[in-house]
Design a protein around this ligand. Structure first.
Ligand SMILES: NC(=O)c1ccc[n+]([C@@H]2O[C@H](COP(=O)([O-])OP(=O)(O)OC[C@H]3O[C@@H](n4cnc5c(N)ncnc54)[C@H](OP(=O)(O)O)[C@@H]3O)[C@@H](O)[C@H]2O)c1
Length: 268
């Protein structure tokens, strides 16, 4: 069983891991991995309109699976996020995803030219018409979140999806997380595995290898276990290989001791 976490105060629970779909190299492998992932309960799939073939691949992967067994997040790019643009972007995403609704719809990132009033007015309409279930943002700083919360009332921003790995965990945990917790916005962390560019050959990597040895684990499993330790942030990793998915899930099988957490903190 994959542990779950509350999607803010919506009453909805989602797995602590979500499967990302950016940078798909092999369509068939990604489809097989998505199907396997849903089958074993890791049923939250993260995608976006700007991820090339990703929404189309997700759409194909979920055919034949009962819709309520899958939780889909997608995102509108800020340059499409006018009122009309958002409605149209969402409809195009729904078409590619071959589904009636998106569970969680996010503004992909903040831009000064964004007219949040328009975007959120479109999000409200999409919620009212059942095309999206929940709304959120991605890559928003605290000041941007503050504005977004005000503008979107009486609807709620339930999620802020941000980069979260061993290079920036302090900022996310110490600055962003307390603000989000206070405002009942759950954080999701993307690129936990540094987009497959880990700091190999450095002292940092040596520390991860040393800790991994103790738990008969891999450095990536140590990283995922470490990042899940607060119990308040869910992680989005991408893989199109079932063996990598299994390896990542096995990071849930142990608990890193305090002394090792400190070792990792010291190294990073
Ligand atoms: N909101 C945003 O602005 C934003 C930005 C970036 C990403 N995201 C989302 O977050 C997801 C995850 O982030 P990411 O894709 O940037 O980076 P990531 O998950 O840190 O790394 C993905 C890479 O790690 C490899 N990998 C995964 N598990 C592995 C394992 N056990 N052993 C070896 N390699 C492994 C994958 O290769 P294989 O496929 O070969 O396993 C892939 O190349 C994205 O796919 C996307 O959905 C959102």
């Amino acid at each position: 069983m994959i542990p779950k976490i509350n999607l803010s105060d919506t009453g909805k629970e989602i797995p602590v891991f979500s499967l990302g779909t950016w940078d798909i190299r092999n369509r068939k492998s990604m489809i097989d991995t998505i199907r396997y992932s849903i089958e074993i309960g890791l049923n939250h799939i993260d995608t976006a309109e700007i991820y090339g073939i990703a929404e189309d691949v997700v759409g194909e992967a979920i055919q034949g699976i009962e819709r309520d067994r899958v939780f889909i997040t997608s995102k509108v790019a800020p340059y499409n996020a006018s009122f009309k643009g958002t409605i149209s972007a969402c409809e195009k995403s729904l078409k590619r995803l071959k589904t009636e609704y998106i569970d969680l719809y996010l503004i992909h990132w903040y831009e000064p030219f964004l007219n949040l009033e328009e975007t959120f007015s479109a999000f409200s309409k999409l919620i009212e018409t059942g095309k999206i279930r929940y709304a959120g943002v991605s890559n928003f700083k605290i000041s941007e979140l503050e504005r977004a919360i005000q503008v979107f009332k009486p609807f709620k921003i339930v999620n802020n999806q941000v980069e979260y790995n061993l290079d920036n965990f302090r900022h996310v945990e110490k600055e962003l997380a307390p603000f989000c917790e206070k405002n009942k916005i759950i954080i999701s962390g993307y690129s936990p595995l540094w987009q497959k560019k880990p700091p190999r050959g450095t002292n940092k990597w040596e520390v991860l290898e040393e800790v991994a040895k103790k738990y008969e684990a891999t450095p990536f499993q140590i990283v995922l276990n470490f990042l899940l330790r607060t119990g308040k942030i869910f992680l989005i990793f991408k893989t199109e290989k079932i063996e990598h998915l299994k390896e990542n899930l096995d990071s849930l099988k142990f608990k890193i001791e305090k002394e090792d957490i400190e070792k990792i903190k010291k190294a990073f």
